[in-house]
Design a protein around this ligand. Structure first.
Ligand SMILES: [Zn+2]
Length: 210
């Protein structure tokens, strides 16, 4: 762009103040960008020949307020194209500040705004914790029948499969259990109340352990 070079050579015009701001309502999905960038704004540039040009972009507030940066690159370089992706890629260079602002404002950091090495490290941590959870959920198969193991298995079926508590007392369900162990008696099967109490107790234990 010809005038891009021109602006770089000539420095910033006095008419660089935003003249419009047509996005008063900030989209929630871009809220993290606003921790570093301004909202979209239209800025008027004056060429040497008097021609006035308007451009709608976002200011990087950090670069714009950095005197050394402006001296070296001109203020123009702090006026970025409006693409959220490109803005977030630029935020990577201000990540420490972005992270701090997101924490203060209780915003979720966008992965595009994170430096690649941090994204990679987070992925590794996630993989590691997943393996740990996999280990937690590996259960040894019961070797012999017990009322407790049936109660536990039915409770897990209710919770993990989002089944109704009433399934424990369902005749067809009990017939399935009897088919697997014909000599079972009624007392071997947990009632809906038993399952409800078991789930509640197990949940309380889990919460206490956190
Ligand atoms: Zn910047």
């Amino acid at each position: 762009m010809i005038w891009d070079a021109y602006i770089s050579l000539q420095g910033w015009s006095d008419n660089d103040t935003p003249i419009t701001n047509k996005c008063p309502i900030k989209k929630q999905c871009a809220a993290d960008i606003l921790t570093i960038f301004s909202d979209h704004c239209t800025v008027k540039f004056c060429h040497e020949n008097g021609k006035v040009e308007e451009l709608k972009r976002r200011w990087c507030n950090v670069c714009k307020d950095d005197k050394k940066y402006v001296q070296k690159h001109t203020k123009w370089k702090a006026f970025h194209v409006s693409s959220n992706l490109l803005c977030r890629q630029h935020i990577q260079s201000h990540y420490a500040l972005y992270k701090e602002h997101c924490r203060e404002l209780v915003l979720t950091e966008h992965h595009h705004a994170m430096p690649r090495k941090i994204v990679k490290a987070n992925t590794e941590v996630l993989k590691g914790s997943q393996q740990t959870l996999d280990g937690v959920f590996q259960r040894a198969a019961p070797k012999e029948f017990s009322q407790e193991s049936v109660l536990k298995a039915v409770a897990e079926f209710v919770v993990c499969d989002d089944q109704s508590l009433l399934v424990a007392s369902n005749a067809s369900f009990r017939n399935c259990l009897v088919a697997m162990r014909p000599k079972s008696i009624t007392a071997d099967f947990p009632s809906t109340h038993d399952v409800s109490v078991y789930i509640h107790t197990d949940f309380v234990k889990y919460m206490d352990g956190l």
